[in-house]
Design a protein around this ligand. Sequence first.
Ligand code: PLP
Length: 406
Amino acid sequence: MTSDLVHHGESFDGTPLGFATKSIHLGNGVDAETGAIRRPITLANAYALPYDPSDINWSSSDTNLYARNGHPNQRYLEAKLANLEGTEDAVVLASGVAALAATFTTVLNRGDHAVFSDTTYVAAYRLLNQILPEKYGIETSIVDSSDARNIAKAIRPNTKLVHIETPANPTLKVTDIEAAATIAHEAGALLSVDNTFNSPFNVRPADLGADIVIESLTKYVNGHGDALGGAIATRKEITDQIRFTYQVNYGGIISPFNAWLINRGSVTLPLRMRQHNASALAVARHLESLPQVRFVAYPGLESHPHHEVAARQLARPDAGFGGVLAFGLDTDHDGHNRFVSKLNVITSAVSLGHDESLIVFLGEDDERQYLYPQEFHRGFFRLAVGLEDTDDLIRDTDHALAEAGL
Ligand SMILES: *Cc1c(COP(=O)(O)O)cnc(C)c1O
């Protein structure tokens, strides 16, 4: 039976439990009413009020009141994620983008400045490059953070946040988290890290000095491609503010069902990540050996310009470099599409971190092409290597290359 100690991530003698044990036991418990050893999904919107409700704080998020103020399935998942990320607290919201928007709108005020990576998830780019400057008077600078000196050069007296994404979607550029943290802290700013591509199994940014860790739970943490969610793992002082602003008053709450699905999916996170890491490395090595392949970007390859930094950041001996890689073929626009049309196992769809492998062709006219390294300018694929047999994935790509006449 899962004891209270286990709920805090410790074994009987105070030794910290391993990542797999915690992924299984944290966030689960015995249902008080039925004795079921799986916690139920509590779908209710509202909870019974006390005899005199007149002095209740209707924006409170720590009692069961109304589901937007917080609900049990959200809290179980938050407890697990805070422990896996190694932070004091975590808040789980409706999506990864909600987690990004919550962080930016909570930490930044009118007149503040933020520095951010030149490759980020597109919503982070739109928020920081356009929406927050135009609507809320926030100043921002976009830099190639894979060279941390660029972050230092962009710091201003009013810099309050450095936001990096590593490995970055979709270029796979890697940023040195420790170096970015040092620069941010010397400037009195916070460092937020979008850790979605690594997941806390591969890299724990909080251990490397990050103040705020963001995960799109939609991807590896859930792992099954059937729910949206996002997490912000950080100090309680910041999660309290995020719950008050973005969760209760902007309404970015996750649904109980999605929180439950993600909690269930996260049980196998360590097993899945080991397989994603191993398969992606094998597929990347194979692609790199093919004459039809113009370039492969994967931090686990020795040829990746930031391979050493990526290796230094790994959280545990059996960690790896994630499941996502980018590559381009030595062909034109139609040749790339023809290749995808001949794949049988790998599915053409966005997203990543699912059980199945997903590929997306990003053509030559992406609005942020000018920010990508030169080799990405002729069109490229983002391939999210799934959990199928590695040999089947390699055979599928080889077969599609031949069928496409490449
Ligand atoms: C998918 C993704 C997001 C956005 O997450 P959603 O859950 O789709 O809102 C943010 N950052 C990265 C790196 C992503 O891959």
